[in-house]
Design a protein around this ligand. Structure first.
Ligand code: KE4
Length: 425
């Protein structure tokens, strides 16, 4: 038995499914998860010493590459002065100021420890600010595992084909309206049905949890108009896209400014940091100055914040996103060309350091089109690449991520491996 199999068997005895987050269990692609012992730059090494070029990137945070020396040193330096105080620190002000300087919609920001906490808090804030109860989310979008959002969620939920989660009472989701992504007419209909009771819309401005799906032209602009017209709060969940698709997130690219933005992943540089922020008049509703309660023991802890601050500073270096986008584009263009040369229906899309690969002829524009992709072929591609030393996300319903350390040589090595895999698919 391989070391990974031994570890997985042992893990399954101690941890449900052997993992601490479902998508890691390989259940939608089959096989044994690789137990990672260390990572550096674009590479991870598993328990058997096998090296992989990594395109999971910890699901987004590892944009500088794994174990970036400056980030690691900042964490070490912070840790020797104490791990967490439960009291305010100057570092929290600095990262808040850095976030405010980068994200157009954010005038004030509150730190939390995960994307789930950020979106859960943002929803509560929108309800408290408007005095309304209903929320609109989009099928295939995933915003973390807060009860009211686990309705037809994407990511692991979609992978398991569980459009809703057990353990969530119907009463907890009766105010959650789920419509199809890119269907502005459905959102208009919801506002017509509940003209004064929709607190907010929460949306991934580029969906990344049903694989990568772009907003249709005018979709985000339409959501902005409908929220403004109806007195509802527009929440951009940029946990994934924030600082991943560009220096100001998707809102910086599309010019649509939400009322609240949620962030996580990259702003922690691999350490647990999430955030929600927005217009000052809305953020003033948050405790301790407002009636909407929100709290967290480790929110803004100095070690996590140290990693985030260095990461944010490095992303502002000249040419960072140009290089990131160039390498991601070379990867996707190269993969699609090689697949098609072997008669395989593969399409791809990318924005900044985020990409989607789809085993179908054209880039999907909806969950239905993503769901029609050849997931069996994806699983065979996934394992072929894994055996060739390239680790993509273990699900056809996930986006992929490139880091600053995925240079020309790493991209070329990936394409060389893919050439061989496509020839045998
Ligand atoms: P976390 O609670 O996992 O930090 O963030 C939840 C979340 C919120 N919003 C968006 C847009 C997200 O993509 C996520 C989490 N993303 C998944 C990747 N599809 C995390 C991977 C996992 O669940 O293990």
């Amino acid at each position: 038995m391989s070391r990974n199999s031994e570890l997985f068997d042992r893990a399954c005895r101690a941890i449900p499914g052997g993992v601490n987050s479902p998508v890691r269990a390989f259940r939608s692609v089959g096989g044994t998860p690789r137990f990672i012992e260390r990572a550096q730059g674009p590479y991870m090494w598993d328990a058997e010493g096998t090296r992989y070029i990594d395109y999971i990137g910890s699901w987004g945070p590892a944009i500088l590459g794994h174990a970036d020396p400056e980030v690691v040193r900042a964490v070490q330096d912070a840790a020797v002065d104490g791990l967490s105080f439960g009291a305010p620190t100057e570092a929290e002000i600095e990262i808040a100021e850095a976030i405010i300087a980068r994200i157009p919609s954010i005038e004030q920001v509150r730190l939390v420890s995960s994307g789930t906490e950020a979106t859960m808090s943002a929803i509560r804030l929108a309800r408290g600010y408007t005095g309304r109860t209903k929320i609109i989310k989009f099928e295939g979008c995933y915003h973390g595992h807060a009860d009211s959002l686990l309705v037809k969620a994407g990511s692991g939920m979609l992978t398991f084909g569980n459009p809703t989660s057990a353990g969530v009472p119907a009463e907890f989701v009766q105010h959650t309206i789920v419509v199809d992504y890119n269907r502005l007419d459905a959102v208009e209909a919801a506002f017509r049905e509940f003209p004064k009771d929709i607190a907010c819309i929460i949306v991934e401005p580029i969906a990344g949890n049903m694989n990568m799906v772009r907003p249709a032209p005018g979709f985000l602009e339409g959501l902005r108009s409908l929220c403004t017209q109806n007195g509802a709060v527009l929440i951009f969940d940029e946990v994934m896209t924030g600082l991943r698709v560009g220096p100001q997130g998707m809102q910086g690219l599309c010019g649509v400014i939400p009322d609240i933005t949620t962030l996580a992943k990259i702003i922690g540089g691999g350490m647990p940091v999430g955030a929600f922020g927005g217009r000052t008049d809305i953020m003033q509703e948050i405790a301790p100055i407002g009636p909407v309660y929100q709290a967290g023991t480790l929110s803004g802890n100095p070690v996590a914040v140290a990693a985030g601050r260095v990461t944010l500073r490095r992303l502002a270096e000249p040419g960072f996103y140009e290089a990131l986008g160039r390498h991601t584009g070379a990867l996707i263009t190269g993969l699609v060309e090689r697949a098609r040369a072997h008669g395989i229906a593969l399409s791809g899309d990318h924005e900044g350091g985020m990409f989607g690969l789809y085993f179908r002829d054209t880039v999907p524009t909806s969950l239905a089109e993503v769901s029609a992709c050849d997931t069996d072929l994806f699983a065979r591609f996934f394992h072929g690449m894994l055996n060739a030393g390239v680790h993509f996300a273990p699900s056809a319903f996930e986006a992929g991520f490139v880091s600053a350390t995925h240079d020309d040589a790493v991209i070329q090595a990936t394409l060389d491996a893919a050439e061989h895999v496509f020839s045998e698919l």
